[in-house]
Design a binder for this molecule. Structure first.
Ligand code: ZN
Length: 156
């Protein structure tokens, strides 16, 4: 019996992700397929939902709105910090990425949005927040997950 995609199967997909202007943001082309445990939230919700019921050999194009992808842009994740916090960095320019620590001490990637004489505005939103995502996906393999994989919530 051939498997279709549903909870507790391990799925291998090749995918190409483009934004609405057609620019390629990410792709598995030329490397191993992405393996994920279906139903465990390993991939973004909009893509996981579109894969339900598909079989090996299925090709699909999925448009994922921000709320089913990496979320909307949250203005409260923009923060103005003093230039002094960037001691040792010579030229701070918009677009530069830094690792910062949030209040709980977790590492968080922030991107410089704007720079003035004594302050820098950094953005802790996910780089794909607010972006409509277009996936071209091919299902290349499906297998039953092991009990251990199901218990852990990820592929081994
Ligand atoms: Zn594990």
């Amino acid at each position: 019996m051939s498997l279709i995609i549903g909870d507790n199967v391990v799925v291998s997909i090749h995918y190409t992700l483009t934004d609405s202007s057609g620019e390629v943001l990410d792709s598995s082309e030329g490397s191993d397929p992405l393996n994920y445990l279906h139903g465990a939230g390993n991939i973004i919700p909009g893509l996981e939902r579109a894969l339900v019921g598909k079989a090996v050999g299925s090709n699909l194009e999925v448009v994922v709105a921000p709320e089913d992808g990496y979320g909307e842009v949250h203005e409260d994740l923009l923060q103005e910090v003093p230039m002094a916090a960037f001691q040792g960095v010579d030229d701070i320019e918009p677009g530069m990425a830094f690792e910062a620590q949030d209040q709980e001490g977790n590492a968080r990637r922030v991107v410089v949005r704007s720079v003035s004489d004594d302050t820098v505005v950094v953005d802790a939103n996910h780089p794909l927040a607010g972006v409509e995502l277009n996936f071209a996906v091919e299902v290349v393999d499906i297998r039953d997950a092991s009990e251990e994989e199901i218990a852990h919530g990820h592929v081994h």
